[in-house]
Design a protein around this ligand. Structure first.
Ligand code: SF4
Length: 302
């Protein structure tokens, strides 16, 4: 299955072989271990996360893999998951709940153990692009039937659109570093594999948004209501509530094309999109007026 848009269902196929199934067995074994045991295991393997501060159920940590001032490929995924959380992370440091911390250790250990036993091609390869100031670590990278394959292992069951963005960043880095053309990403889930084709246009669009986010002194808006279940286990809730809720139309306006900046619908364009699934300029006039104004509560005035 190729994820050309942001929706796709992972399907097992002939490429989804035993070595990937082994990865999930490792994840499940680690999942049953308590936090202190995971910490000891990671320590022995040379991964030293420093806990700088503890505040209730939250931990402020120092991750040695983080390069200050750089964009990490995983930031693209984090931006799509909750851009506000990514901004708060830049301001207040890397805070994790106990559950997040456990997931971080489990993630790192499962990848390392898998790479040691079943990894293919180059594993944990760090790629850097100095021009854009972006870096990332590939889970695996190999050549098969004249195609270069970039592997990203995820412990979840189903496809998540933000994972695709992260893989697009890896594909860009491979293209830049090795000058290879025939390139494909394999996003591996418990349910199977999804192929990701390079899309530098989409990658650049989100890279620009992250650059903006890093320089802003106010956070991007809170998640739309339908995605707020993500807030449940967020270590930044305390700070999130202290800032204004924000407005995506206002936040993204400077990055949008001139025609959007001059458009009469610009003040509710994205809100409309989240609610209706299409942009105002794509909707016919009748449904645009009926749907939007009714929801705004001003239908009776018109
Ligand atoms: S509480 Fe929710 S909206 Fe706020 S930063 Fe966390 S995940 Fe994002």
């Amino acid at each position: 299955m190729v994820a050309n848009n942001l929706q796709a269902t992972p399907t097992p196929n002939k490429l989804f072989d035993l070595k990937y199934k082994k990865f999930f067995e490792i994840v499940d074994t680690l999942d049953r271990l308590p936090l202190n045991q995971l910490q000891k295991m990671a320590d022995k393997k040379g991964y030293h996360i420093t806990i700088l501060k503890k505040d209730g159920n939250r931990f402020l940590i120092y991750d040695p893999q983080v390069k200050i001032g750089w964009i990490r490929c995983s930031h693209l995924g984090q931006y799509m998951y909750c851009a506000r959380r990514l901004w708060l992370q830049q301001q207040y440091g890397l805070w994790l709940t106990k559950q997040n911390l456990k997931a971080m250790y489990r993630g790192w250990l499962s990848h390392i153990i898998w790479q040691e036993k079943y990894g293919v091609g180059a594993s944990e390869l760090e790629l850097v692009d100095y021009l854009l100031g972006i870096y990332g670590h590939l889970d695996a990278f190999y050549l098969k039937n004249k195609n270069y394959i970039v592997v990203e292992l995820k412990s979840s069951w189903y496809f998540k659109p933000w994972h695709r963005l992260q893989v697009l960043a890896y594909l860009y880095l491979v293209e830049r570093n090795f000058d290879v053309k025939s390139l494909i990403g394999h996003l591996i889930y418990r349910k199977g594999l999804i192929e990701i084709k390079p899309n530098n246009q989409l990658f650049s669009k989100y890279l620009l948004r992250i650059r903006k986010l890093f320089y802003e002194d106010q956070p991007p808006p809170v998640l739309p209501k339908k995605y707020r279940s993500r807030c449940k286990n967020c270590a930044y809730k305390f700070w999130c509530k202290k800032y204004p809720q924000g407005d995506w139309d206002k936040w993204l306006l400077p990055l949008r094309p001139t025609k959007c900046q001059l458009c009469d619908y610009r003040k509710f364009c994205l809100k409309f999109y989240f609610e209706q699934g299409m942009f105002p300029c794509e909707s016919d006039q009748k449904s645009l007026i009926q749907n939007y104004l009714r929801k705004s509560g001003i239908w009776s005035v018109v």
